[in-house]
Design a protein around this ligand. Structure first.
Ligand code: HEM
Length: 432
């Protein structure tokens, strides 16, 4: 690290903390976060390739928590994620007539508009409402686990279970028919996995930033075309699903405009599944590595909520969000100027030893487990109860139907700075 007024990261470390490959490699990145928490917990990052504007990287749990909860000082606008490459921002401005966001959604709104939009669907995602969906979700879990068992002894858990299952659930909630799900999967993977050649459907390694931007823009356009049709249908024949709520919602007495409505569908469709896929695969990886724990939880299901919560912390599927300082302020003693951009890194915060003993160990008995994987404050994950419920139900079915599980090859992580996690998890299973 170079000395000076600002604790600037050296170019090598700066490159590491913003490169998708580091998030695929994982452990070396966790080493770097350990070092930064000690040496420069609020560090100035200048991208050596100038793809992003510079920003403050925040790695300590307490600081990430404080920023997340202070939504007046730390705004979601104008840019919410770091893969919003400079080209992407310009591209979005041209595309939208001035907005830096390709998609306008809950995560790109600040007060006062944010709460007005959030309230439209908030009730939907509360435990009371979700309870009535349990049977439907269980039926999807059973179908999914049956497919895994039919595949024979060895299979990729990501492909057969952790990717399709949360997608089915969120599409059911949204009211998207089953035959359209493959298209939704492809689009969300292009949007969130644009940096990984296996997920962005290009089949090309090391796509240049402009190509990734084009890919994401193409996915957004296709989403919009799809949801325009769904809106017309849900206005004509409203049903008991989130898409009908969004299609018929009003804010300040006015129906949502097309862009805001599309953004709402997209955030629910996209945020609702890749994230839960990652924590589900992570839970299975931890259990596959620890056959005794699998056997124990088969006998005692009260252990399951601890496993689910720890998997969400341990994987931290949403790896960061960005905030912008609304005024001159400080974080952890570091002066921050009005307009400065900050990365709240959930992976780093959730591996802070000041908050979690042995943070790299998967410890299902961790209590309390006040992780930040769902964020905190006004933007805290709207789908957190659904994510937990989906995981619990799936593992209940898996534990009923599978006696033993072990790794059948090397799992691989996706290359992504934003939503990340396993993209393959080869398993050998013994059905009951
Ligand atoms: C393990 C799974 C999940 C993780 C780790 C996760 C994580 C997150 C995080 C970190 C945020 C931003 C929080 C902040 O800025 O403070 C967020 C926001 C959000 N999540 Fe999730 N999420 C998950 C599952 C879901 C599901 C299943 C849904 C819905 C179907 C969902 C919908 C949303 C929405 C709509 C927002 C925006 C909320 C707002 O800005 O007000 N998420 N999520």
């Amino acid at each position: 690290m170079a000395s000076g007024a600002k604790p600037r990261l050296d170019p090598e470390t700066a490159y590491e903390v913003i490169s998708p490959e580091s998030y695929a490699a994982w452990d070396p990145l966790l080493d770097t976060f350990d070092r930064l928490r000690e040496e420069a917990p609020v560090a100035w990052v200048e991208d050596p390739e100038s793809r992003h504007p510079p920003f403050w990287l925040v790695t300590r749990y307490d600081d990430v928590m404080r920023i997340s909860k202070d939504n007046a000082t730390f705004l979601n606008n104008p840019q919410t994620v770091v893969f919003s490459l400079t080209e992407g921002i310009e591209f979005a401005k041209n595309l939208t007539g001035g907005s830096p966001h390709m998609v306008a959604s809950l995560v790109t709104f600040d007060a006062p508009i944010h709460m007005k939009y959030r309230k439209l669907t908030q009730e939907w995602f509360m435990p009371k409402n979700l309870r009535r969906l349990e049977d439907e979700i269980r039926a999807l879990a059973v179908k999914t686990v049956e497919r895994l068992i039919e595949a024979g002894g060895t299979a990729d858990f990501c492909k057969l279970v952790s990717q399709p299952y949360p997608l089915h659930v969120v599409m059911q909630i949204l009211g998207v028919p089953e035959e359209d799900e493959p298209r939704m999967l492809m689009l969300t993977q292009q949007m969130f996995g644009g940096q990984d050649e296996d997920l962005n459907q290009s089949g090309m390694k090391d796509l240049p930033p402009e190509a990734i931007t084009q890919l994401v823009a193409g996915a957004v356009k296709d989403f919009e075309a799809y949801f325009a049709g769904l809106t017309a249908e849900k206005r004509a024949n409203p049903t008991d699903d989130v898409a009908s709520t969004i299609a018929n919602a009003t804010v300040d007495g006015e129906p949502l405009n097309d862009r805001d409505m599309m953004g709402y569908y997209i955030i629910v469709a996209a945020a609702g599944h890749d994230t839960t896929s990652a924590s589900t695969a992570g839970a299975m990886l931890a259990l596959a590595r620890d056959p005794e724990q699998w056997a124990r939880v088969r006998e005692d299901r009260t252990l399951l909520p601890g496993i689910v919560e720890e998997a969400i912390r341990w994987t931290s599927p949403v790896q960061h969000f960005m905030r912008t300082a609304a005024e001159d302020t400080e974080v952890g003693g570091q002066p921050i100027a009005k307009g400065d951009w900050l990365m709240i890194n959930y992976v780093a915060a959730n591996h802070d030893p000041a908050q979690f003993d042995n943070p790299r160990t998967f410890d299902a008995s961790r209590s309390p487990n006040r992780h930040l994987a769902f964020g905190a404050g006004a933007h805290q994950c709207l789908g957190l109860h659904l994510a937990r419920l989906e995981m619990r139900i799936l593992f209940e079915v898996l534990l009923d139907r599978i006696v033993t599980v072990e790794l059948a090859g090397e799992p691989k992580r996706a290359k992504s700075t934003f939503v990340g996690g396993l993209k393959t998890l080869p398993l050998r299973i013994t059905p009951a």
